[in-house]
Design a protein around this ligand. Sequence first.
Ligand code: ZN
Length: 303
Amino acid sequence: MDTLARATAADGAIRCMAAVTTNTVAEAAKRHGVSHTVTAALGRTLTGALLLGAGLKELDRLTVQIVCDGPLGGITAEANARGEVRGYVRNPEADAPLNAQDKFDVRGIVGEGMLYVTHESGYDIGLYREPYRGSVPLVSGEIGEDFAYYLAKSEQIPSAVMLGVLMRARETGEALVEAAGGLIVQVMPGADSKMVAAVESSVERTPHITKLIREGARPVDMLRAALGDVPFEMLEECPVGFACSCSYKRAQSLISSIDPTELESMLREDKGAAMTCHFCNETYRIDESSLAGILETVNAVKR
Ligand code: ZN
């Protein structure tokens, strides 16, 4: 099971979040049938959304959107207070050869663009408040550095962000996610400069997080590795995972909002309807008799 931990150090002047998301990223990759490079890009974004969403209140949700001009076309990830995350990319098959460092060329499929982070609250129960939205241009395209830039520029919190997805190629060509996770260390206003220097030098020496995770590290071990000798206090550790709020019932209610003449032609020509959820790629099939029933109800309401 994947987990996320939140901790503080230096009397709250340092805030940190760490997550192991191997299963979350594997589930997303499987559902969307994405290329290796897209798995890395989507996995980093899903993990970043979970980390940014750590400590969200009930009914809050956080959406990360990367709008970009590379072959990937764009990434959307949404996290909530229950540690659930879902997301998708525009072009799942986008791919690129390994880069000069022999790594997946995430920057190569992302290209240039913008990173948007939206905080919303109460959406699911209709208590909709004005969302808060921050944005920055992509400075790297490797995603981790882009999250760090967003936090520094838009939220004015200097942050070290590490996001990683480690994969092994399988003979079938499908990616096998061996380890995925992330870590954010933030310096809050008023932090003691000696403490900041100690944390910075420790964070710099942190081994690659996917290496730690592959060796079995849990979020607490990642925090220990990043903070070195600096003592920290764990605030919370909770399960996280890929989950979507779509359902057959929601698909039905979406279908019933379609114009009746269009529903009639769907019934006549397709003998039913199918809806695919962008976020999780689940397809809901409404068969002929259910669609006829929906049409009847829609027409009855209209009359
Ligand atoms: Zn869904």
